[in-house]
Design a protein around this ligand. Structure first.
Ligand code: GN1
Ligand code: MG
Length: 345
């Protein structure tokens, strides 16, 4: 990023400190994220919001504003711009936001430490306890049908009609997997579960830890909108019990770590009093649903020319689909095990 642009953004946020340098953080698939150093120390996180994915950026801030105006602390500290907004618009089209960097904080892409799993369970249950107090009807749908599997399957069908024939042959196993497995999740969409305010991207690397290895809060708040508790539960668990990340190419390394699941539930269990029986019954299935849906979205994107997720190499979306489908399969094999653990509470 050129220094002129950086100083323009910073001046819109009333930051007149001496920016030393920017460091690109490349783990996300959607936004452009940088760590900003002031006098050689990391002080802020600067982000350009992807407006192809987030077609109505103002809605993101509508939801965050609503939460903050209701005095619910979600942790992330957004800096207010000179025009009293939580973002600034550059060149009439680019949305940038600035957040305070939590000194010494870090995230994990994967872990095998039960104490980390416990912390994740705890922080997710606190997040939902806090957001449960708010009236869901006032919140906007940031990305319509985001976690609606029947909708994603319709997308898949229409993409198959137009996709490149060679590419379809190349993806035969994944396409057949989708056709074989998708009906396993019907019960989730037939159950008419209550909508709750959800994070909708509660994977492990969106949970911020402090120096003492305590989970402090969830980051990446763009997708806070109504959803099912299953989406958040499934997304955190899929990334905690699997010892490798969704970028892993060696599928033999994908496993279900039972110890990590038990510790996660131990941290999460306080929320069980707020969860209905119908929801509780479906929690184990959600651990297979989320990787299945993410894998399907990655496959859809691969077949339509990588227009949604950022890719750094040609088959990245396909590799992610294979990885996520493999974990989904393993999660289905562990459904009864998870049920047994959850039923203890
Ligand atoms: C995307 O950009 P990132 O990594 O926070 C995606 C999530 C997926 C995730 C895969 C708005 O999130 O749905 O779970 O990639 N976010 C959006 O890890 O599509
Ligand atoms: Mg995200």
């Amino acid at each position: 990023m050129d220094t002129h642009l950086l100083s323009k953004i910073l001046s819109n946020f009333n930051i007149n400190e001496d920016a030393t340098h920017l460091e690109k953080i490349s783990t996300g698939y959607i936004n452009d994220t940088y760590k900003l150093y002031i006098s050689e120390k990391p002080k802020y996180i600067l982000q350009k919001i992807n407006t192809v994915v987030f077609k109505n950026v103002e809605n993101i801030f509508h939801n965050i504003d609503l939460i903050q105006n209701n005095k619910v602390d979600i942790g992330v500290k957004l800096i207010t711009s000179k025009s009293k907004k939580l973002y600034t618009i550059i060149n009439n089209k680019d949305y940038w936001r600035l957040m305070r960097y939590e000194p010494g904080s870090y995230t994990f892409n994967n872990s095998n430490k039960p104490t980390i799993a416990f912390e994740c369970g705890k922080v997710l249950s606190e997040f939902h306890k806090n957001l449960n107090t708010l009236n869901i009807n006032n919140f906007k749908d940031i990305i319509p049908n985001f976690h609606n599997l029947p909708y994603r399957l319709k997308e898949f069908k229409s993409i198959l009609k137009f996709a490149n024939k060679e590419e379809i042959i190349n993806c035969t196993n994944q396409i057949n997997f989708v056709k074989k497995i998708s009906s396993r999740f019907d019960s989730i969409y037939n159950n008419k579960l209550d909508l709750r305010l959800c994070h909708n991207d509660s994977k492990l690397n969106n949970i911020l830890f402090n120096k003492k290895n305590k989970a402090i809060y969830l980051i990446d708040l763009d997708t806070i909108m109504p959803g099912l508790i299953l989406y958040d539960f499934g997304d955190t668990v899929r990334t905690i019990v699997n010892p490798v990340s969704e970028e892993e190419t060696d599928l033999n390394k994908i496993k279900f770590n039972k110890k990590m699941f038990v510790s996660f539930i131990d941290g999460f269990q306080k929320l069980f009093t707020n969860i209905d029986l119908n929801e509780k019954k479906l929690l184990p299935l959600s651990v297979a649903l989320m990787p299945f849906m993410h894998g399907l979205r990655a496959l859809n994107d691969h077949l339509s020319g990588n227009k949604y997720f950022k890719v750094t190499y040609v088959n990245q979306n396909l590799i992610r689909a294979k990885n996520l489908f493999k974990f989904s399969e393993i999660a289905l094999e562990n459904e009864m095990y998870m049920k047994k653990i959850i039923d203890k509470y």
